[in-house]
Design a protein around this ligand. Structure first.
Ligand code: RIB
Length: 345
């Protein structure tokens, strides 16, 4: 067995032959789909491959019988409307190329991420599209050891694998600058999980917009959240409990923005008259909610399409493993960031 820099155990063809008690030539013939091997030997070799999670090197895979015409898509939260929209983009692009998609929801749990990575690899998918949860570094390192293409979606982790993201710094800047131009000067930030690159860059854009417009920024203006509706509720409660006299907030996603507005409204605080609100994603509910939510629209469908295109380029070979595509977000202005008088200016 070889142990690589990421401590991933890479079984070799020799390990497979030893466990299956056959020659290396027999293993090679079976993995390259030669018919002249007895079924019971094939069974022995394939169970050894499965047990050792043997990952044929790039050359062996290039010789493999044929693509499975399937790809894995790993997402962290099937209940957040952002991700079904991403799945739609992936699915439509995959079907265009006769590929099937195996969808895996991990609830952002590293153990679930690892389980699904191994599951998909053993199913011999041709590639994996991955949106990690909070603590995905080890799993991304493991993905980087696989001999199949992997594309990261939405969140940067390291720089070994192709990635498709939104320009979240620009998104955070636009959201905050919009509130400033609407005359708000004490703006809170409702954060998502701080470990995520998508959250870090939105926050950086928020801070830069405040500073560029000469407004004060302090840690007390940053409220913890985890991208859920409930955490938006909790953030609004904290705003009130801490006596923070803010006149606006920018939430790192729409679910938290809506949760915060619901709490403020129940507490008798009017949005946008007293506190203006901006979210992020532009989920379908954003336009229907009352007040309709000003938000930063992510090109989520395009993100899914780009990721599939990149994966297929890698499957066909001949391109570098690492590339980064940064898609442009768009500010969508609605009622939740109206003027203090509550009417659009
Ligand atoms: O709403 C879920 C969030 O997780 C989205 O903003 C998406 O960008 C991902 O980071």
């Amino acid at each position: 067995m070889e142990q690589d820099k990421n401590n991933a155990i890479n079984a070799t063809i020799k390990d497979v032959a030893r466990l299956a008690k056959v020659s290396i030539a027999t293993v090679s013939r079976i993995l390259n789909g030669k018919e002249t091997v007895s079924p019971h030997l094939v069974e022995r070799v394939m169970s050894a491959v499965e047990e050792l999670r043997y990952q044929p090197n790039a050359v062996a895979r290039a010789l493999k019988v044929r693509e499975s015409l399937s790809m894995g898509l790993i997402i962290p939260d099937i209940e957040n409307p952002f991700f079904p929209a991403l799945v739609r983009g992936v699915e439509d692009a995959a079907q265009m190329h006769d590929y099937s998609v195996i969808l895996c929801n991990t609830d952002g749990k590293p153990a679930e991420e690892e389980r699904y990575i191994r599951f998909l690899y053993n199913k011999r998918v041709d590639g994996i599209l991955f949106t990690g949860g909070r603590y995905s570094d080890d799993n991304v390192a493991m993905l980087a050891t696989l001999s199949i293409p992997v594309v990261l979606l939405d969140r940067r982790v390291g720089s070994q694998l192709s990635t498709v993201v939104t320009d979240n710094y620009l998104g955070g800047f636009m959201a905050t600058e919009h509130l400033i131009k609407r005359g708000r000067s004490r703006i809170a930030f409702i954060s998502g999980p701080p470990e995520l690159s998508s959250v870090q860059t939105r926050r950086e854009g928020y801070v830069q917009a405040l500073r560029q417009h000469g407004l004060s920024y302090g840690e007390e203006l940053v409220l913890p959240g985890d991208f859920t509706f409930e955490s938006g509720h909790r953030a609004a409660a904290r705003l009130i409990a801490d006596g923070l006299s803010v006149d606006a907030f920018f939430a790192a996603n729409d679910m938290m923005a809506i949760g915060a507005i619901e709490y403020l409204r129940a507490y008798g605080i009017r949005v946008p008259e007293e506190i203006a609100a901006v979210g992020y994603d532009d989920i379908r509910m954003a336009a229907w909610y009352k007040p309709s939510l000003t938000t930063v629209r992510q090109p989520v469908y395009q993100m899914g399409q780009c990721a599939v295109r990149r994966m297929l380029e890698l499957v066909s070979g001949g391109v570098r493993r690492y590339s980064e595509e940064v898609l442009r977000p768009e500010l969508v202005i609605r009622d939740s960031s109206g003027s203090r008088g509550g009417k659009e200016q």
